[in-house]
Design a binder for this molecule. Structure first.
Ligand SMILES: NC(=O)c1ccc[n+]([C@@H]2O[C@H](COP(=O)([O-])OP(=O)(O)OC[C@H]3O[C@@H](n4cnc5c(N)ncnc54)[C@H](O)[C@@H]3O)[C@@H](O)[C@H]2O)c1
Ligand SMILES: [Zn+2]
Ligand SMILES: [Zn+2]
Length: 406
């Protein structure tokens, strides 16, 4: 089959690789129909996540048709399913608590040791996300093996096209959980850093959960335009001092809740970010936490901090004093996707959540390497890329929408 493989930093290629096979009784094999590139893939592309090996197949946002099932799979051939990015057994201590991304049974001992050393406990398996999380082949491919297919995948109705349901695999539940973690109360103002797909879905979710105001921060005009279109007030961090602006917009009190939907690759030329960049080059820190710091300092006293943005290692100048003295609460984590599949599918079916507004490009799988490059180099134009396995490869990716700042 054809699949997008990681070869090294800024080097991914579509290659012919062996087809996946049923390995365990609860496995299923999917013929992938749609798969997306995620902000988390960018961390792999940029070489920030250790544990990658040349030839690894990427992709943790995918859906497709079931073509083969093991004897213990509950799926049937021909069903269309969307698959959550964390792999969960459904039966361990954590899965029983609905903390699916903390599953204890899906990352084999030989690959989980590194995370146990780094985090104190081993992490769960994730599709296409390094040998720290199991080394599972991902879904940016024609076919993919889905372990624990009796637990994760959700069968989607035929009348909902792929683009409407694909993001149930990750970014939609991630944005939703980010907003849920804000414990939004009536009248609340929520500030969201990052208007990438995760930030945009967090904005949509926060408004749906009753946030009175959402303030969105980024610097890409097209992404800020999408945030505005959703109903957010917007701030371009190149044009204003973000903390001052937020204080002013909230009568000097600060936002009630803040969402860091940026993670470890914060941009910007603030002094702390430049220091982080310099230190990361000499391995004194691994993560650039500028946005996290800014969010913790900007949130009101007694406020809530929600962190869907991915962090992987160690950071400098964690504002622990502000965190404690202001009496903040923080909630974070890889998304417990399985928990949200049914309710979010219902929101999509009822038309309460639109999932297609952020797709900027469709492209054939054959062009995946070019799409990674485009998306890395030009996030202003490329908001979200969906790869289609059945699309014939034209000369360049189709551009569908141009988002102008209204
Ligand atoms: N927790 C989870 O389960 C989970 C799931 C999916 C993605 N993620 C993570 O969420 C984060 C966002 O994902 P995405 O797909 O939206 O990524 P993305 O790269 O498309 O978007 C990140 C956005 O942050 C903006 N940004 C950078 N520096 C900023 C700053 N100083 N202030 C404000 N905005 C800034 C960028 O301009 C960009 O628009 C990533 O870290 C990703 O790994 C987490
Ligand atoms: Zn993702
Ligand atoms: Zn489990």
């Amino acid at each position: 089959m054809r699949a997008l493989t990681w070869q090294g930093r800024h080097d991914v290629r579509v290659e012919t690789v062996p087809d996946p096979e049923i390995v365990n009784p609860h496995d299923a094999i999917l013929r992938v129909t749609s798969t997306a590139i995620c902000g988390s893939d960018l961390h792999l592309y940029d070489g920030y996540i250790p544990g990658m090996r040349a030839g690894d197949i990427l992709g943790h946002e995918f859906m497709g048709e079931v073509i083969e099932t093991g004897p213990e799979s509950t799926l049937k051939k021909g069903q269309r399913v969307v698959v959550p990015f964390p792999i969960a057994c459904g039966e361990c201590f954590f899965c029983r608590k609905q903390q699916f991304s903390c599953c204890d049974n899906t990352n084999p001992a030989e690959t989980s040791d590194a995370t146990e050393f780094q985090y104190g406990y081993p992490m769960a398996g994730v599709f296409g996300y390094s040998h720290l999380t199991g080394g599972y082949a991902g879904g940016q491919a024609e076919y993919v093996r889905v372990p624990f297919s009796n637990v994760g995948p959700i069968v989607v109705p035929d009348h909902l096209e792929d683009d409407k349901v694909l993001f149930l695999s990750d970014i939609l539940p991630t944005g939703w959980m980010a907003a849920e973690n804000c414990e939004i109360e009536e009248g609340d103002t929520v500030a969201v850093w990052g208007c990438g797909p995760v930030g945009l879905f967090a904005i949509q979710s926060a408004l749906l959960m009753g946030a009175h105001r959402v303030i969105a921060i980024d610097h890409y005009r097209s992404r800020l335009a999408l945030a505005k279109q959703l109903g957010a007030e917007i701030l371009d961090y190149r044009e204003v001092d973000v903390r001052e602006a937020l204080a002013e917009m909230t009568g000097g009190i600060g936002p009630d809740a803040v969402i860091d939907a940026v993670g470890l690759e914060a941009h910007g030329i603030s002094i702390d970010n430049i220091l982080d960049q310099a230190k990361s080059m000499t391995f004194m820190v691994t993560d650039r936490i500028h946005v996290f710091r800014e969010a913790v300092l900007a949130v009101r006293k007694g406020g809530r901090v929600s962190v869907p943005g991915v962090y992987g290692g160690f950071a400098d100048k964690f504002p622990v004093g502000a965190f404690m003295e202001k009496g903040l609460t923080m909630r974070t984590g890889q998304t417990h996707v399985h928990r949200y599949l049914k309710p979010l599918l219902e929101h999509i079916e009822q038309g309460r959540i639109d999932t297609t507004f952020l797709i900027s490009h469709h492209a054939p799988l054959e062009q995946a390497a070019e799409m990674y490059r485009n998306w890395h180099d030009d996030q202003d134009q490329f908001t979200k890329i969906v790869l289609k396995t059945e699309m014939a490869a034209p000369k360049s990716g189709q551009k569908e929408q141009q988002h102008e700042l209204a």
